[in-house]
Design a binder for this molecule. Sequence first.
Ligand code: PMV
Length: 321
Amino acid sequence: MRSTARACANIALIKYWGRADPELNLPLNASLSMNLADLVTETTVEFLDVPGEDVFVLDGRERSGPEVARVSRHLDRLRARAEVEAAARVESRNGFPAGAGLASSASGFAALTVAAASALGLPLAEPELSRLARLGSGSACRSVPGGFVEWPTGSDATSHGRSLHPAGHWELWDVIALVEEEAKGVSSLEGHRLALSSPFLGTRLNGLPGRLAGLRRALAERDFATLARATEEDALELHLVAMTSRPSIVYWQPGTVQVLQHVKRLSRQGLPVCFTMDAGANVHCLTPAQHRRTVEVELTALPLVERVLSSPPGGPAEVVE
Ligand code: PMV
């Protein structure tokens, strides 16, 4: 009744922003992401013999209130499958700052789902694990399969992520410029809800099928220039929708703009690099493997960048013991 699993965070090139069904975490639009091998959450779940309160320890600190409630709600979905009522002790470690726009909820719920299913002896295939992870946090369904993962628009409860290419398909690096390590002010949960109030949401949704098709093709052909254009457009549109929601959400910090300007400058000079941002201030800069060091050096030198983390594409969520 005890198991440990690891799952990668993922960075969306086409973002999930806005939900068609908030209960089931069904997205208004399809999204596409890359798992990040070096941004990993490792979670151990142990079911005890008795019913009772679950315990949730994250990064060495026992959590209470809404944090443990969200984990318990997720464990309930797995307990219902296994028809057990046992309380659990969950211990989770993030190898990166939590809540800073680095999608710790994606790796967190993917690792929790896979560890809990294994601890309960549930023989679930990847699509089913991805579906369950989605109920914990939408983007977590993309951290269950490996490599480059698409989460199609799903109109029913079976919606899940599926791998388009394994991690080894293309060694793109994500060089993340951290400009703020504090947890963000507005959660993505709130952002998804407010997205519906933006007058620009419809414009974004109309353009997405074409962008997604272009990005799929760019990935298949390892065409960086096309990937870069689609990725930047999509990130800017997510933030446009957030900034024009009512009330508005501004995730950017001065450092965000400094990095965006610098990436545009480097790209004008011919360096293959592009940016994207999740619901936070930090900037993810994608570049082919051979340019990774240059991008790291350039970003580290910016005055408002606190530090830089880098990662190549990562594999699927897996049980480690
Ligand atoms: O999975 P959630 O509900 O935390 O939403 C994730 C939203 C973004 O990270 C901003 C975009 C994405 O697709 O990962």
